[in-house]
Design a binder for this molecule. Structure first.
Ligand code: COA
Length: 376
């Protein structure tokens, strides 16, 4: 018989600082004014294109985003910098990414009624790792005070958390771990081109955590059995970031625009939404879970119009906010953490027996769906 496995706890760490669209647009537009003044001669001579201002109303309409949480406001809002200030730390200090991962992890452990000693494994699953090695997961393992077990980092961009849940489920099923902590410390402010009008509003920072364990071991007050996971990848250049360790071997490209997040937003929208809706539908079908039994879809939080499209395709009618909760208005796109924030905030109100889908999608392309049923 297949081992029954549950999500027995989740955690969320939210930065104290936030930036509204109006604040972001004001500093961006000041940058545009200064740039255009500085290059007035070249612009006049037709040698350089003038930059165009951004607009809060556009941002909210195109994305649904109203604000974002960030590790640092000052650097992002400085028109001469437009990049967070996150000072380097010494090797004897905890790294920033491990620190926020640990904060979310502790909350998830509390919610699952566990301590770090109960864990066997740590997966750090997110879009960017702040260093090449040692793995962030091994640092999180140490900081939590685990003196046994193993950890590794994995990156499937915005789908890292659902792929991480499947990796955790596989580990629990195959016996390589009894309990796995899967964390998503996303410092998206570090890979966003805050100077790029087309995307400067998209991302925010956060950390989320999920505990996956055997149902028979779980003691948490809120437990969701994992009925099935499904992963899909299909190569695309439409979301891409060429930052990497080989950049120094081609120094002419260092600092170029392609070394930060780049996307063809329209193409992503058009290509990914139908793939996501089809995956959720076929996944539910294969699990013999009728669509009307799905009480909630905790979707990746990149764009409200994308989520409305996907939910409508799956349900055959528009979804209510209760059926497809929205957190991107508050958090913006937090990459892999988005669907987990939605799940964390909006699952406890559903009665035992309720079914739902956690679903992420993004660069790769990558799509992950996790169908769950509340059991406690
Ligand atoms: N302020 C004002 N106007 C802006 C603007 C800004 N910040 N950015 C773009 N515009 C303008 C463009 O110049 C364009 O004007 P035009 O029609 O006169 O040429 C118009 O708005 C539409 O631009 P476009 O880039 O096509 O916008 P969009 O409606 O596709 O919305 C995204 C942009 C990024 C919100 C949208 O494509 C999207 O969310 N895609 C999903 C992809 C995603 O979020 N992926 C993340 C990883 S999953």
């Amino acid at each position: 018989m297949t081992q029954s496995v549950v999500i027995s706890g989740t955690g969320l760490w939210t930065p104290e600082l936030s930036i509204t669209n109006d604040e972001l647009v004001a500093s961006f537009n000041e940058y545009v004014t200064r740039y255009n003044q500085r290059h007035a001669g070249e612009i006049e001579a037709g040698e350089l294109a003038a930059l165009t201002p951004s607009n809060s109303a556009f941002i909210e309409k195109a994305s649904g985003i109203k604000q974002r949480y960030v590790l640092d406001r000052e650097g992002i809002l400085d028109p001469d910098r437009l990049c967070p200030n996150i000072p380097e730390r010494g090797d004897d200090e905890i790294s920033v990414q491990a620190e926020i991962a640990v904060k979310a992890a502790r909350q998830a452990l509390d919610n699952a009624g566990l301590t770090a000693a109960d864990l066997d494994a740590v997966l750090v699953a997110c879009s960017n790792m702040q260093r090449a090695y040692p793995a962030m997961a091994v640092e999180v393992q140490k900081e939590l005070g685990m003196n046994h077990g193993w950890g590794y980092d994995m990156n499937v961009a915005c789908s890292s958390a659902t792929f991480g849940i499947q990796a955790a489920l596989d580990a629990v099923r195959n016996g390589s771990a009894r309990r796995v902590l899967m964390v998503n410390p996303e410092i998206c402010s570090g890979h966003l081109a805050w100077q790029d009008r087309d995307c400067h509003f998209i991302f925010g920072d956060v950390a989320t955590a999920v505990i996956v364990e055997r149902a028979e071991d779980a003691v948490g007050h809120l437990q969701w059995e994992i009925l099935g996971t499904r992963l899909q990848t299909q190569f695309s250049n439409n979301i891409r970031n060429n930052f990497g360790f080989l950049n120094r071997a081609a120094p002419e490209g260092i600092g170029a625009r392609d070394k930060l997040f780049c996307q063809e937003g329209r193409k992503v929208f058009k290509e990914v939404c139908p793939m996501v809706a089809a995956q959720i539908a076929s996944h539910l079908d294969d699990l013999e879970v009728p669509v009307p039994d799905i009480r909630r879809m905790w979707l990746h939080q990149a764009n409200l119009n994308m989520n409305d499209f996907i939910a409508r395709k799956v349900l055959g009618r528009p979804a209510t906010r209760e059926e497809a909760p929205v957190i991107l208005d508050d958090y913006a796109n937090t990459s892999s953490a988005g669907s987990i924030i939605a799940f964390h905030k909006y699952n406890g109100d559903l009665p035992v027996g309720s079914k739902g889908v956690i679903c992420s999608f993004g660069a790769g392309y990558s799509i992950g769906s996790v169908v769950v049923s509340r059991v406690a």
